[in-house]
Ligand binder design. Structure first.
Ligand code: SF4
Ligand code: SF4
Length: 133
């Protein structure tokens, strides 16, 4: 329960507080739809928690529990992805989709095989390079 309360607080904070770890995101989306059809949530560990998150945050209502992975973690999918992997509400997709894979987040996205993006943590040397140019 403690973890779940922290998740709700973190969800609310994410709207106001910039996260501190910055990743470098390169590449581009190939529009394969894998990330809309198979996703994890860092906020919800049980079906009951997911229902509460859907109640509190309407954006979550587009997602459903697809199953569990080999380790028992919930796997989600979006009801709004088309059969050919496109977003049916592309112009109105939520921030979490627009930002994916996020540059500022506590944990980097673990990308699907074949995803057009690459995510690397920015090193201190990267900052030095940028400040020299
Ligand atoms: S998995 Fe990667 S390439 Fe495929 S739709 Fe998602 S972001 Fe785009
Ligand atoms: S709203 Fe669109 S981009 Fe976001 S998960 Fe659903 S189908 Fe994918």
């Amino acid at each position: 329960m403690y973890d779940f309360i922290c998740s709700i607080i973190n969800e609310i904070r994410s709207y106001f507080v910039p996260e501190q770890i910055i990743y470098e995101v390169t590449g581009e989306c190939k529009k394969c739809g894998k990330c809309c059809n198979y996703m994890y949530s860092i906020d919800t560990y049980t079906e009951k928690e997911f229902k509460i998150m859907q109640f509190l945050f309407p954006t979550y209502r587009r997602f459903y529990i697809k199953g569990k992975d080999d380790e028992g973690n919930l796997v989600f999918a979006c009801k709004l992805v088309t059969s050919d992997g496109k977003c049916s509400v592309y112009d109105k997709r939520p921030q979490m989709c627009r930002k994916y894979p996020a540059k500022r987040i506590l944990y980097p996205a673990k990308l699907h095989d074949g995803c057009g993006y690459k995510v690397n943590i920015k090193t201190f040397e990267d900052y030095l390079k940028n400040s020299e140019t």
